[in-house]
Design a protein around this ligand. Structure first.
Ligand code: PLP
Length: 347
């Protein structure tokens, strides 16, 4: 791995971050706060939130099996994705390499930051090849984007190939594990200590049932987390979000129940879907959704919209011709989908 200094955008490496009132004094003993020009009325919304979300991190870190210094919290994983570009790539100069197809935000954030995005197609089984990804890299490649289980394909990327990338690629390897709660594979965040160039992304938006509160996580070596923290907005995770996440962490048994029942439902839906006349091929999934090749994705998509059921048409995505991406819902929701498709006429 190159040194973190070589990998960091030079102005960011040199940056002296904004120091907020809450950074300079964060003790709990004081009772009179006259340091941040807040309004003394309208408790609790009158006070700025903790910029480093300490109370929340103290709950998340042990639950995720990492140390608090290895944890960054942001306004969704999308904030972490954008920050990785802003901290570790130089616009108009550096590039990143990613699997294709995958989550669209990696490319959107590359485009926003004027960083060249190099997609490398997965094979017919939607599997990655470390050799092909490494062959797409040059001396200006700073970041590799891997998503596992991958969106929109649903499958896990080969663990041995990811390990080879972590060993052989001299830049940062991001493994987006937004769906790892649904997966049978062990998560990469538990291997942070072995891989100084690894960044793992997680989110509260999927298994944790909290897409509305906008809370994402990045796990990495403390030095990498320090750079992300230096560049983020001082109060990037608001008080209402921190509060809601603390409440959800205290009810983590709910998440386990949700995951168990969604996995059960997924098995049932996959089995029934396979018997539908519209179904041509269901791709293997380790997530709370599945990708399916159907007889006519465009027509079926609009038929479902007319029935009030919205799925994701992925037909125009690389390797996904005539494919729909379908999220596993509640049992009645899934039954409504299956019923509608049983009544679909191919003519
Ligand atoms: C849904 C999803 C996310 C979540 O993004 P948030 O900003 O945390 O809601 C991240 N990565 C992938 C691959 C996703 O599918």
């Amino acid at each position: 791995m190159k040194s973190l200094k070589e990998l960091t955008r030079p102005n960011i490496w040199a940056l002296k971050p904004y120091s907020s009132a809450r950074d300079e004094y964060s003790g709990k003993e004081a009772s009179i706060f006259l340091d941040a020009n807040e309004n003394p009325y309208n408790t609790p919304n009158n006070r700025y939130p903790d910029p480093l979300q300490r109370e929340l991190k103290a709950l998340i870190a042990p639950a995720k099996g990492v140390r608090t210094e290895q944890l960054f919290l942001g306004n969704g994983s999308d904030e972490a994705i954008d920050l990785i570009y802003r901290c570790f790539t130089c616009p108009g100069q550096d590039n990143v390499v990613a699997i294709e197809p995958t989550y669209g935000m990696y490319q959107v954030c590359a485009d926003i930051n004027d960083v060249e995005y190099r997609p490398v197609e997965l094979d017919e089984q939607f599997q990655l090849s470390a050799d092909r990804l490494l062959a797409a890299c040059d001396n200006h490649t700073k970041v590799l984007w891997i998503c596992s289980p991958n969106n929109p394909t649903g499958n896990n990327m080969d663990r041995q190939e990811i390990l080879r990338l972590l060993q052989e690629f001299p830049g940062l390897v991001v493994v987006d594990e937004a769906y790892s709660d649904f997966s049978t594979q062990p998560p990469f965040r538990l291997e942070l200590d072995e891989h100084p160039n690894l960044i793992v992304l997680n989110t509260f938006s999927k298994a944790w049932g909290c897409a509305a509160i906008r809370l994402g996580m990045a796990f990495a070596a403390p030095e990498i987390i320090g750079i992300l923290n230096k560049v983020k907005y001082p109060y990037n995770v608001n008080r209402l979000t921190q509060e809601a996440a603390i409440e959800q962490m205290q009810k983590d048994y709910e998440v386990k129940r949700w995951v168990d029942s969604l996995l059960e439902e997924r098995a049932r839906v996959l089995q029934e879907f396979a018997a539908l006349p519209v179904c041509r091929h269901i791709f293997p999934t380790d997530a709370n959704f599945f990708l399916v090749r159907v007889t006519d994705a465009h027509r079926i998509y609009h038929y479902l919209v007319d029935a009030g059921i919205i799925v994701r048409n992925r037909s125009h995505v690389t390797l996904c011709k005539d494919c729909l991406r379908i999220t596993v819902g509640t049992r009645p929701e899934n039954d409504a989908l299956l019923d509608a498709l049983r009544n679909y006429s191919q003519q």
